[in-house]
Ligand binder design. Structure first.
Ligand SMILES: [Zn+2]
Ligand SMILES: [Zn+2]
Length: 267
């Protein structure tokens, strides 16, 4: 049977990893998870580690790569990464088989087994940060977190994806009154920082117009957001624009320390 499943294993500043799998293969987007955590997650999802066909990296920040070295050594899975991100990571990643490295370029689609993957650039304070779309002919998933703002590039890349992980990092009021130092507040809210709930809501509206029906609010801040607040802000904006929850769209939040609800598309 043909299917496409996706599950966020971790989401937020303490770690990010998203699985996408088909009947043939499984891909891991970002490696902000321990070897033990990944093994446990695969077991829970009844996925054999042998089916892991690639680890794809969005950018070098620790919350996306803390487990990368261990995972590469343990599972010997091919790594897909761009040149500048690899260079930034090299000092901290440890030794691994260089034959595992595959370099990608933004907008250039490549294939891993039955998956077509397209990386696209996003605005974030890393060397060459990207988001991804991944499809297997049955459906498609967009992965788009860690971005200061959503521009036309982002909308062009995510046009028509069935399921989208989109960042809803912070509530502007909570960030303003919170305990973070000013420089950090400015970094988060800046053009190379993170997407707020309100910015996310505007982006969700656009995604809905472009045909996306399931959106998973992701990379929520522990300090400056709450899952119910992110959901409420985005939902209110979508309902106000005339969309009907459950009919036009489904909205969820990704969990910080545990597996999120698996999303599935079937033939
Ligand atoms: Zn991050
Ligand atoms: Zn980041």
């Amino acid at each position: 049977m043909k299917y496409l499943k996706t599950c966020a294993l971790r989401s937020g500043s303490s770690g990010n990893s998203i699985l996408v799998s088909s009947a043939h293969s499984t891909l891991l987007f970002d490696a902000g998870i321990t070897g033990k955590g990944l093994a446990h997650a695969l077991e829970k999802l009844c996925l054999n580690p042998d089916r892991l066909k690639g680890i794809l990296i969005t950018h070098e920040h620790w919350d996306h790569t803390s487990g990368l070295g261990v995972l590469l050594r343990r599972y010997k899975v091919p790594l897909y990464i761009n040149k500048d991100t690899l260079r930034a990571l090299s000092p901290s990643i440890g030794k691994f088989d260089p034959n595992l490295i595959n370099i990608f370029h933004s907008w250039e689609e490549f294939q891993i087994d039955d998956f077509a993957i397209k990386p696209f650039p996003v605005s974030h304070d890393a060397e060459d940060p990207v988001g991804f779309t991944v499809s297997n002919g049955l459906g498609s998933v967009g992965i788009c977190t860690d971005l200061g703002y959503a521009d036309e590039t982002v909308y062009q890349a995510l046009r028509g994806v069935d399921i989208c992980y989109l960042e809803a990092n912070y509530d502007p009021e909570l960030l303003k009154v919170g305990s973070y130092p000013l420089y950090l507040k400015e970094r988060i809210a800046g053009h190379k920082g993170h997407l707020s709930n309100d910015e996310c809501a505007r982006a969700c509206l656009r995604l809905l117009e472009q045909g996306t029906e399931r959106i998973i609010l992701s990379h929520l801040s522990n300090e400056n957001n709450f899952p119910h607040l992110a959901l409420l802000t985005v939902n209110d904006a979508l309902v106000e624009a005339g969309a009907n929850e459950g009919i036009d769209y489904k909205l969820l939040t990704a969990r910080r320390y545990d597996l999120s609800e698996t999303q599935e598309l079937k033939a």
